[in-house]
Write a protein that binds this ligand. Structure first.
Ligand SMILES: Nc1ncnc2c1ncn2[C@@H]1O[C@H](COP(=O)(O)OP(=O)(O)OP(=O)(O)O)[C@@H](O)[C@H]1O
Ligand SMILES: [Mg+2]
Length: 255
């Protein structure tokens, strides 16, 4: 496995609370990996430490072979890692397509000289518009391109949010509960789309999901299970499904 994300002995404390407790795992190139665990077990905090929003208290994060432990979010984005948030952040008074066309920070347009040169030498803007429509098509939401995102359902908003993340052309995409609150059939469709993106492009996806039954049947290659800040187990969906520890953590031993 060609490792693109390596988390080693990472711990995150909030005062006296240990939210993430000495976790280690890897994500490989071309993998579709799920991160799962009960509410409050430290999934989002793990993403926050990887993506540079928080500094881990202990441990190391390596992204595409670079030490990313102390990098800022924008520096991590430049390495090729993009993330979404548990609560969708869209420009609600703009249309879906406009949301995709807002350039990510630290890319095009910040250097006036670059803007001047590109005005004459490349068709960056046209290319971006083409890519935005192509992305909506991939996610099967082209018909909503010109709807204000405030008019979209929760599930449709999630798709636009994923589309926006894809526009940054990440090599590794971290999605925090992309189907939370999304109705069953659309949630399945979103995961099918994610599976296709991993299979057909060179993007790897690491996704948080809280519903165990759901993730087991969604075509992920591997699942990392967290419980109370720790990694409880890692394995294929079949291995996780049969794990006694996992069943106990989820059902409190009732099974
Ligand atoms: N910024 C913060 N300050 C203090 N405590 C925090 C902070 N962020 C998270 N926590 C606490 O850390 C623990 C882990 O939270 P986290 O959000 O990572 O869990 P989660 O697995 O993502 O949960 P959920 O499934 O509800 O999204 C929780 O006890 C939470 O209250
Ligand atoms: Mg969370």
């Amino acid at each position: 496995m060609d490792t693109i994300l390596k988390v080693s002995n990472m711990t995150k404390d909030f005062g006296g609370l240990r939210a993430v407790d000495n976790v280690s795992f890897e994500v490989g190139k071309g993998e579709f990996v799920g991160l799962i665990g009960p509410n409050g077990c430290g999934k989002t905090t793990t993403f926050n430490c990887i993506s540079g929003l928080l500094d881990a208290t202990e441990g190391d994060v390596e992204i595409f072979g670079e030490d990313a432990t102390l990098l800022r979010p924008d520096e991590i984005q430049k390495l090729g890692l993009t993330r979404t948030f548990q609560h969708t952040r869209l420009w609600r008074e703009m249309t879906a397509i406009e949301n995709l066309l807002i350039p990510p920070r630290n890319q095009y347009g910040t250097n006036p000289l670059h803007a001047f040169i590109s005005h004459f030498f490349d068709n960056g803007e046209e290319e971006r518009v083409r890519k935005a429509y192509e992305t909506l098509e991939e996610l099967e939401i082209t018909h909503m391109a010109h709807n204000l995102t405030s008019e979209l359902s929760g599930g449709q908003s999630k798709l636009v949010d994923i589309g926006r993340a894809l526009m940054g052309e990440p090599e590794l995409l971290l999605l925090d509960e992309p189907v939370a609150g999304v109705a069953g059939p659309l949630a399945e469709k979103i995961f099918n789309n994610l599976r296709e993106i991993v299979s057909e492009t060179n993007i790897s996806i690491f996704v948080i999901e809280h519903n165990m039954d759901f993730i087991l049947r969604r075509g992920v290659d591997r699942i990392i299970v967290m419980d109370q800040g720790k990694v409880l187990m890692q394995g294929t969906p079949d291995e996780v499904k049969d794990s006694k520890e996992v069943i106990e953590a989820y059902l409190g031993g009732a099974a």
